[in-house]
Design a protein around this ligand. Structure first.
Ligand code: ADP
Ligand code: MG
Length: 645
């Protein structure tokens, strides 16, 4: 003999304990066979809904055994129960429990989603069911646009979409007028005639009279049972779905769609939630582009100096130069340094701003007093003429080498400048040559706006001082630059008797620039992290609100076969979508800001890494801060969730 479809043995369900204990079901034993049409009647509070939740596997007995086709329900885990709900039962509730934000068709499709049916199949199925129930014209209406009777018919279609064997209806006519109520009962009779098992719960004797068997319940006990008077129906051929439910991919695709739908339903709230993430991400993208731009600038500036230079400045280490006023470096120091091993040139230098004059033309430029080895250290070639010679320096000659900008401002045709005289500080200087143009530095200083004269001449006629503002040493073999630096240091220390100078090399300057940039990056990173944290808390907050607002929806989904993992996935995906949207918007806005800054002449460097990082952190934020609300949603008790307002 095949075991009965439904068998309850001495089932109890108690709520609370001690004095407040309520025996909602108190020793119920009951057998229902396939194909029966059973009405369970009783007054309000008699335990009908508790019994129905028990039968539908939304709830478990406190004591006693509930078996479905001989399978003890207590032996099933939550996923097994979900599978049972999905495949065996179709629920119809008094309050319809449709999702308000989606169409009739989509409501009907929900159980089929969890059963893993493909979109086209379930859409077709929903359409044909709705058409059969007289709602062919209302497929794309939302519940709010339907009457109570129509909504209940949508709920019936939903109960049927997975070809449920057993229809569980809890006071399905409770909210309907008598006409719609009669229609619904006719519908249930038809379903019964087609071989389905119907369990109808009602407090109305007239409604109960439509069933083939009436069981009366009072205070959690069965007080009468008209008994099963029909021959056991033949097993209805059933199309069975995969017990495992939808594939992970289908689950995610569905969740993404649902996420967009629920976010769209709360557009303004979603936008506000996104704002935190958007600000964080766009700040990272924009600030890092600016930081990277300025870093590239500074680097280019130092790299253009070449890696083989040492800079000697007056003043003890740690003191800042104030306008070159510290008088410790002399021309003799430069000469002595020049005689050290591994040194190409030791160029003394001092500069001032002065006006050059040629006929009617005046031009104020930076006048640098240097030695004849300057062009070697700076690696500069001549456009016209030659650089001045050692002899010019030794004899304090009035010669000048012009940058192209300076030359262009003094001569109509700079080709003709060589050999002509310009006046500087009232004395004539012969133009020895014009430097090849080097253009502006990346921070905008024109490197051709110079005039170079022998340092000795400058000291005598222009600077009014015989101290240097710097000595630039060009090292021959850069491998040995540290050794050379040490030798230069030792030499100057011996000459001065005290450390009233400082020597730096390009590498150490680069290192300190790098260090500054790194702390800048850390600062930016913390700003970004904080705004993402704030954004994340916003996401979590909104997800928690969403879970509590949609408790009933979660209950409906669970009743129609959603597993815990389905609910978990849905809410995680939803908060990932929030994070992802925030990330995309943030990256777009960040790039927008960068673009505007670039247009306004600021140097920015756009690299993909910050954008990718910021976007991923936005996604990560969504994930991390969505976990808790999602877990909370998936742990909801289906009965309690369904009962929530
Ligand atoms: P019916 O559906 O027949 O109106 P219920 O099954 O909803 O009755 O309730 C049966 C009894 O169990 C009632 O006395 C009710 O107060 C109690 N009850 C139902 N659900 C709970 C619950 N979650 N906690 C405490 N008591 C409950
Ligand atoms: Mg009830």
């Amino acid at each position: 003999m095949t075991p009965p479809l439904i068998e309850l043995k001495d089932v109890t369900r108690y709520y609370g304990s001690g004095d407040t204990e309520v025996r909602a079901l108190d020793g119920v034993s009951l057998t229902i066979e396939t194909g029966e049409f059973v009405a369970i009647v009783g007054q309000s509070g008699s335990g009908k809904s508790t019994l129905m939740n028990m039968l539908g596997c939304l709830d478990r007995p406190t004591t006693g055994v509930y078996s479905i086709r001989g399978q003890n329900v207590s032996d099933l885990d939550p996923d097994g129960l979900a599978a049972l709900r999905r495949q065996t039962f179709g629920f119809i509730f008094q309050r319809y429990n449709l999702l308000a934000s989606v169409t009739a068709s989509e409501n009907v499709e929900i159980p089929a989603v969890y059963a893993g049916l493909k979109l086209s199949e379930r859409r077709e199925k929903a359409a044909s069911l709705l058409a059969k129930l007289g709602l062919g014209e209302r497929i794309y209406h939302k519940p709010g646009q339907l009457s109570g009777g129509q909504q209940q018919r949508v709920a019936v279609a939903r109960a049927l979409v997975n070809d449920a064997e057993v229809i569980l209806a809890d006071e399905p006519t409770g909210a309907l007028d008598s006409g719609s109520s009669n229609d619904l009962l006719n519908l249930l009779e038809e379903l019964h005639a087609s071989g389905r098992t119907i369990i109808l719960i009602t407090h109305d004797q007239k409604v109960a009279a439509r069933a083939k068997r009436v069981i009366e319940i009072r205070d959690g006990k069965i007080v009468s049972d008209s008994g099963n008077h029909q021959a056991a129906a033949e097993e209805v051929p059933q199309y069975r779905y995969d017990r495992k439910g939808p594939s992970a991919l289908a689950q995610v695709v569905e969740s993404v769609k649902m996420a967009f739908r629920s976010l769209r339903a709360n557009l303004f709230r979603t936008a506000l939630t996104l704002l935190g993430v958007v600000i964080g991400v766009s700040a990272v993208v924009a600030m890092l582009a600016i930081g990277e731009g300025s870093r590239a600038d500074v680097m280019a500036r130092f790299e253009s100096m070449g890696p083989n230079l040492l800079f000697v400045r007056p003043g003890a280490p740690g003191t800042r130069m104030r306008g070159g006023a510290i008088a410790t470096l002399t021309l003799e120091d430069a000469q002595a340094l020049g005689e050290l091993e591994n040194i190409l040139a030791a160029v003394p230098s001092r500069s001032t701003n002065a006006t050059l004059r040629n006929g009617g033309k005046d031009y104020s430029s930076s006048i640098e007093g240097v030695s004849e080895t300057w062009h070697i250290a700076q690696n500069r070639d001549m456009l016209y003429g030659t650089f001045f010679e050692k002899e010019d320096v030794d004899r304090r000659m009035g010669v000048v080498v012009l940058g192209t900008t300076t030359a262009g401002n003094l001569f109509d045709d700079i080709e003709t400048a060589v050999g002509q005289y310009v006046f500087l500080g009232g004395a004539p200087f012969e133009v020895a040559g014009v430097l090849e143009s080097k253009g502006a530095t990346s921070w905008g200083q024109d490197q051709d706006d110079v005039a170079l004269i022998p340092i000795t001449t400058g000291m005598m006629r222009l600077f009014g001082q015989s101290y240097l503002s710097s000595i630039t040493i060009a090292v021959d073999d850069t491998e040995r630059i540290a050794e050379t630096e040490a030798a230069a240091h030792a030499l100057l220390l011996a000459r001065h008797g005290t450390e009233d100078f400082q020597i730096r090399n390009t590498a150490s300057i680069l290192a300190s620039v790098e260090e500054t940039q790194n702390s800048f990056s850390i600062l930016l990173g913390s700003v970004a992290a904080i705004s993402l944290l704030v954004g994340g808390i916003g996401v979590m907050n909104i997800m928690l609100v969403s879970v509590s607002e949609r408790t009933r929806e979660i209950g409906v989904r669970m009743a129609t076969g959603a597993r815990r993992s389905d609910i978990l996935t849905q809410f995680i995906v939803e908060s990932l979508v929030v994070g992802g949207l925030g990330g995309i918007a943030g990256v777009a806005i960040g790039f927008g800001i960068v673009f505007i800054l670039a247009q306004s002449g600021m140097s920015v460097a756009v690299t993909p890494l910050p954008a990718i990082l910021a976007f991923s952190s936005a996604l990560g934020t969504g994930l991390v801060f969505g976990l808790l609300p999602a877990r909370q949603a998936s742990r909801l008790d289906p009965v309690a969730a369904l009962a929530s307002e």
